[in-house]
Design a protein around this ligand. Structure first.
Ligand code: PLP
Length: 473
C-alpha cells in the first residue's frame, strides 16, 4: 500500500466508522456464533503474496464483524463497560499514526509532558490531594501489581529487589472476599505467595468487615507474618460495594501498612463532588488506581495510577542500562521507571482529547445521568412483584434476580436465573452478565455506555420482563 491508497482507504474507513457508530444499535449485541465458527473461516496459513485491501476489508466485514460482541452498543450492559467516545477514537487514530514509543522523555518529549499534565488534571478532577503523582498504565491489573511491588519493597527496605524473597519472613496482603481477581493474580506474580493473601469476609452490603480485617492482621503479627499491604476497593466488581476507607486508613496508620485503593470502575464517580465521601481517609493512601477506559469514555487501554511517594515507585522499578541513558535524565520523568513495561503507548493523547472535548461539566453530566437512570430502574425493580434486588445500588450497577413468589428453593432460583440470563442474551437486544452474591445467582446490569439513554434502559427492562414471563408460561 502506498500513501495515495492509504489516503483513499482511510477516508473510506472513516465513513465506515461513523456509520458503525450510528448503526450499532441495529446489530445483535452478542453474536450468535459457536466456538470455532470464526477460525474455520480463516486460512490455516498466511498469504505468500500481498492481497488487495478491498479483499482484506471485505473479509473484515464478512468474517470478523459477524463474530464481534458490540461493546459500543448502548444495550451492552454486561461486565463493566469499556467505553469510548468520538474524541477518544480520533486520538487513537493519531496515536496509531504517530506510532511513538513513549518509554523515556527523549523518545517523545510531548508525550511525557502531556501525560504529566493530564494526570495532574485528572487527579484534581477526582479530588485526590496534590501530593499524588500520576502515570498511565495499561490496566488496573498492572497498576495494582505496581502497587504491590512498591509495598513489598517498602516493607523490606528494597531487600527483595536485591536478594529475592528467600531470607524474609512471610509478607501478607489483605483484601475482601469481593475484591477483583486481579489482586490474587498480582499477589502470585509479586511473589507474596497465594497462601499469604487474606480474603477478609464482607458485611451484608458486600464491603469489607473492618473488625475481621484487624483481627486477621493481629493474628498474623502473632505468627511472625508481616502485614504488608491492604487493598481497599471502592466499587467491587460484583456489586460496586464501597469499602470504608476512613476505617481501613486508620488501621493502616496504626499498623504501618501500605494502603492501595482499587477504584478501577467507580473511581469515575469521584468526578462528582457528591461521591467524594468515599475517599475520606485518602491522606493515608499510598496508591490509587482508576480506569478511564471503563466509565470515562476513553478507549481501552488507559488506567490512571496515582502514588503518594513517586520516589518509592521509581526506586522499585528503575533500571539504567547504558543504551537508555540520556543527557536529560536528571531533569525529566522517564515513565519507563514508573511501571513494569519498558515500551509504552502514547495513551495521554486520548485522555487529553476526551477531557477537552467533554469538559469537566460534560463528563459530570454523563456520569450523573447514568447514575440517575440506574436509580430509576432500581425503583422499577423494587416495585416489580417477581424481581428482587440483591445489593445496594451506590452507582449504576444493578444486581437483581427473578424471584417468582411461589419459589423459595435457592438452587432452583439459581437455575432459573441462569436460564433467564441465557434467554435474555439470546435475543441480541440486550447483553447483561452475572455474578454470585452470598451464593445467589445474580443478574448484573450496568447502565454506563457512552450513548445510553432512558429509552435503552426501558427497552432493556422490557426484554428482561418479557423473557422472565416466558419462563413462567
Ligand atoms: N478492579 C476492579 C474493581 C475491576 O472491576 C476490574 C475489572 O473489571 C479490575 C480491577 C481489572 O481491570 P483491568 O482489566 O483494567 O485489569
Amino acid at each position: 500500500m502506498d500513501s495515495t491508497q492509504f489516503r483513499k482507504e482511510a477516508h473510506k474507513l472513516a465513513d465506515w466508522m461513523a456509520d458503525y457508530f450510528e448503526q450499532v444499535e441495529d446489530y445483535p449485541v452478542k453474536p450468535e456464533v459457536q466456538p470455532g465458527d470464526i477460525i474455520q473461516q480463516l486460512p490455516e496459513s498466511p498469504p505468500d503474496s500481498g492481497e488487495s485491501f478491498d479483499k482484506i476489508f471485505k473479509d473484515f466485514q464478512q468474517v470478523i464483524m459477524p463474530g464481534m460482541t458490540h461493546w459500543e452498543s448502548p444495550s451492552f450492559m454486561g461486565y463493566f463497560p469499556a467505553n469510548k467516545s468520538y474524541p477518544s477514537v480520533l486520538a487513537e487514530m493519531l496515536t496509531a499514526t504517530l506510532g511513538a514509543q513513549c518509554m523515556s522523555w527523549v523518545t517523545s518529549p510531548a508525550a511525557t509532558e502531556l501525560e504529566e499534565r493530564v494526570m495532574e488534571w485528572l487527579r484534581d478532577m477526582i479530588g485526590l490531594p496534590a501530593h499524588f503523582s500520576g502515570v498511565i498504565q495499561d490496566t488496573a491489573s498492572t497498576s495494582t501489581l505496581a502497587a504491590l511491588l512498591m509495598a513489598r519493597e517498602q516493607a523490606t527496605d528494597f531487600e527483595v529487589n536485591k536478594a529475592g524473597f528467600s531470607s524474609r519472613r512471610p509478607l501478607a496482603v489483605y483484601c475482601s472476599s469481593e475484591t477483583h481477581s486481579s489482586i490474587e493474580k498480582d499477589v502470585k506474580i509479586a511473589g507474596f505467595g497465594h497462601k499469604y493473601l487474606r480474603k477478609i469476609p464482607v458485611n451484608s452490603d458486600f464491603s469489607i468487615n473492618i473488625q475481621a480485617l484487624e483481627k486477621k492482621i493481629q493474628a498474623d503479627l502473632k505468627q511472625g507474618i508481616e502485614p504488608t499491604c491492604v487493598v481497599a476497593t471502592l466499587g467491587t466488581t460484583g456489586s460496586t460495594a464501597v469499602d470504608s476507607l476512613p476505617e481501613i486508613a486508620d488501621i493502616c496508620r496504626r499498623y504501618d501498612i501500605f494502603l492501595h485503593v482499587d477504584a478501577a470502575y467507580a473511581g469515575t464517580a469521584l468526578l462528582l463532588p457528591e461521591h467524594r465521601t468515599m475517599i475520606e481517609g485518602i491522606e493515608q493512601v499510598n496508591s490509587f488506581v482508576f480506569n478511564p477506559h471503563k466509565w470515562m469514555f476513553t478507549n481501552f487501554d488507559c488506567s490512571a495510577f496515582f502514588v503518594r511517594d513517586q520516589s518509592l515507585l521509581v526506586r522499585t522499578f528503575e533500571i539504567m542500562p547504558e543504551y537508555l541513558k540520556t543527557a536529560e535524565d536528571k531533569r525529566v520523568r522517564n515513565y519507563r521507571d514508573w511501571g513494569i513495561q519498558l515500551g509504552r503507548r502514547f495513551r495521554a493523547l486520548k485522555l487529553w482529547f476526551v477531557i477537552r472535548d467533554f469538559g469537566v461539566k460534560g463528563l459530570q453530566e454523563k456520569i450523573r445521568l447514568h447514575i440517575k437512570l440506574a436509580q430509576d430502574l432500581e425503583q422499577a425493580i423494587r416495585q416489580a412483584p417477581n424481581f428482587e434486588l440483591l445489593a445496594p445500588v451506590p452507582f449504576n450497577l444493578l444486581c437483581f434476580r427473578y424471584h417468582p413468589a411461589h419459589l423459595s428453593d435457592e438452587k432452583k432460583l439459581n437455575r432459573l436465573n441462569k436460564t433467564l440470563l441465557e434467554q435474555i442474551n439470546k435475543t441480541g437486544e440486550l447483553f447483561i452478565t452475572h455474578t454470585k452474591l452470598s451464593g445467589r445467582y445474580t443478574l448484573r446490569m450496568v447502565i454506563g455506555n457512552t450513548h445510553v439513554e432512558q429509552r435503552h434502559v426501558e427497552q432493556a427492562w422490557n426484554v428482561i420482563s418479557e423473557q422472565a414471563a416466558k419462563l413462567r408460561e
